[in-house]
Design a protein around this ligand. Structure first.
Ligand SMILES: CC(C)(COP(=O)(O)OP(=O)(O)OC[C@H]1O[C@@H](n2cnc3c(N)ncnc32)[C@H](O)[C@@H]1OP(=O)(O)O)[C@@H](O)C(=O)NCCC(=O)NCCS
Length: 190
């Protein structure tokens, strides 16, 4: 096991760099995205598996975008073309621990963007960037245990199920078990 090739950890950039695999495009989120983020995120499946309220209004979206920058986060919107204004969803890293070189990944997509590989591609783009450019050694993804699609998408992008945190999270007044999935830097894989 060697981590010699891993660059030293760096702080999260103030603005997320654009990332693409030629099919899915990630560009930095902007406060002006609030109306499009509200349209994309106002959805029963997003409300079911994330803390987003239902309905999820433009004002909720503005507050959410603002609140993200108060944490150690870096956030992208998912679009179908470079600098696209149509928002297909969001993907981001938060709770960066620079000393321990780890962070947590989150994602949600609009209903019309699901089920065609966009989630897997966006997750893969972000994890590759996190290991290569940020110097992370571990990225975690937490999914409410009942969220089979969320767990499948993480696994399809290379996350490995690591266990269940019992009664970990309160989402809208219900206490949920939460599945932990993890991905480690390629140099640390068996
Ligand atoms: C979870 C989510 C981001 C997945 O994105 P996606 O683009 O729909 O997923 P993909 O099309 O890339 O599929 C990835 C894998 O998950 C499976 N999957 C995803 N959604 C599925 C669905 N609705 N039904 C069946 N399988 C599904 C796919 O079969 C695929 O597995 P495979 O590669 O073994 O075939 C998206 O469904 C979503 O936003 N859900 C609501 C919010 C949410 O749950 N966020 C995640 C919190 S952990």
């Amino acid at each position: 096991m060697t981590i010699d090739s891993v660059p030293p950890p760096v702080r999260l950039p103030a603005v997320a760099p654009p990332l693409t695999d030629g099919v899915v495009h990630l560009r930095p989120i902007r406060v002006t995205d609030a109306p499009a983020v509200a349209r994309a995120g106002d959805d029963p499946e997003v409300a079911r598996w994330t803390p987003f309220p239902s309905p999820f209004t433009e004002r909720d979206a503005e507050e959410w975008i603002g609140s993200r920058s108060a944490r150690e986060t870096v956030d992208w919107v998912v679009t179908d073309r470079e600098d696209g204004t149509e928002v297909l969803g969001w993907v981001g890293l938060h709770d960066l621990d620079a000393g321990q070189r780890r962070a947590e990944l989150g994602i949600w997509l609009a209903a019309g963007a699901r089920g065609s590989g966009t989630g897997r591609r966006a997750i893969a783009l972000l994890t590759e960037w996190g290991f290569r450019e940020l110097g992370l050694l571990r990225i975690a993804a937490l999914c409410l245990s009942g969220n089979a699609n969320g767990r499948r998408a993480m696994a399809a992008a290379g996350f490995v199920p690591e266990g269940v945190l019992r009664a970990y999270e309160d989402v809208k007044g219900v206490r949920y078990d939460t599945a932990v999935l993890g991905m480690v830097h390629p140099d640390l894989r068996d």
